[in-house]
Design a protein around this ligand. Structure first.
Ligand code: NAP
Length: 250
């Protein structure tokens, strides 16, 4: 007898799911039985390819464009999901960018772009799903932070500040929503092979990773899938789960 899919009948919204880690998360949540909303900003073709892959393997998904750093677009996105699917059971705040530079030379616009998407975007999406999740008395929110938010990184003051902010936000919202059956956790990837990291000079980095290799998007997605599912993760909230090959054993 096969076990029922843990997310059957549920709707999962994954921000920035057209590529990289978000794409892998979308595929795994669909495999777990959820109807997946594949959000993207610019890559319509990438998002449609994710939807097609899910549908081809017997799952259910649709793509919705929205810049999740923009309040009105986020509220419109969530309203559309509720209209089409009737509920939002899982939110994965994954969309993120880097605008690296040394502090002395960092432009205000690069600071703001990273904070606006990587931190304010997490706030906007979480706020927008809170009301429907409170009504349902059930929900799972998983925020993608980074080990950089825990340890800092030269040249990434904006990114580290945003990702550290996501950890504080995760713990605060976990405390606020726990009594209503909503868990909020974070996943902190280390160095994962995606578009975001493809141009990094990583020679020294490998030496700092006890497992001796970069991570795959699927390995981060596995942690998200675990945190999104009942009953496996039902008693876990406010946690930061590192998926980093042992890079930071904190
Ligand atoms: P990626 O390959 O560059 O993909 C970024 C995704 O975010 C794309 O789907 C992109 O959509 C979407 N996005 C960008 N701006 C957006 C916006 N304004 N609104 C909605 N979506 C937007 O990045 P990744 O490596 O998969 O990273 C995913 C998350 O993991 C990020 O939060 C990142 O900070 C975090 N992370 C990554 C690593 C790593 O080593 N890769 C490590 C730690 C943490 P379009 O395709 O439409 O542009």
């Amino acid at each position: 007898m096969t076990a029922p899919a843990p997310l059957a009948g549920q709707t999962a919204l994954v921000t920035g799911a057209s590529r990289g880690i978000g794409r892998a998360v979308a595929l795994q949540l669909a495999e777990a039985g959820a109807t997946v909303v594949v959000n993207y900003a610019n890559s319509a073709a990438g998002a449609e390819a994710v939807v097609a892959a899910i549908n081809a393997s017997g799952g259910s998904a649709y793509a919705l464009q929205a810049d999740v750093s923009q309040e009105e677009q986020v509220n419109g996105l969530v309203a559309t999901v509720l209209e089409r699917s009737g509920s939002i059971d899982v939110l994965v705040n994954n969309a993120g960018i880097t605008r690296d530079g040394l502090l002395m030379r960092m432009k205000l616009e690069d600071w703001q772009a990273v904070i606006n998407l990587n931190l304010t975007g997490v706030f906007l999406c979480s706020r927008a799903v809170t009301r429907p999740m409170l009504k349902q008395k059930r929900g799972r929110i998983v925020n993608i932070t980074s080990v950089v938010g825990l340890m800092g990184n030269a040249g990434q003051a904006n990114y580290a500040a945003a990702k550290a902010g996501v950890i504080g936000f995760t713990r605060s919202s976990a405390r606020e929503l726990a009594s209503r059956g909503i868990t909020v956790n974070a996943v902190a990837p280390g160095f994962i092979a995606t578009d975001m990291t493809k141009d990094l000079q990583a020679e020294g980095l490998l030496a700092a990773i006890p497992l001796g290799r970069y991570g795959e998007a699927e390995e981060v997605a596995g942690a998200v899938r675990f945190l999104a599912a009942d009953p496996a993760a039902a008693y876990i909230t406010g946690q930061v789960l590192q998926v980093d090959g042992g890079m930071l054993m904190a």
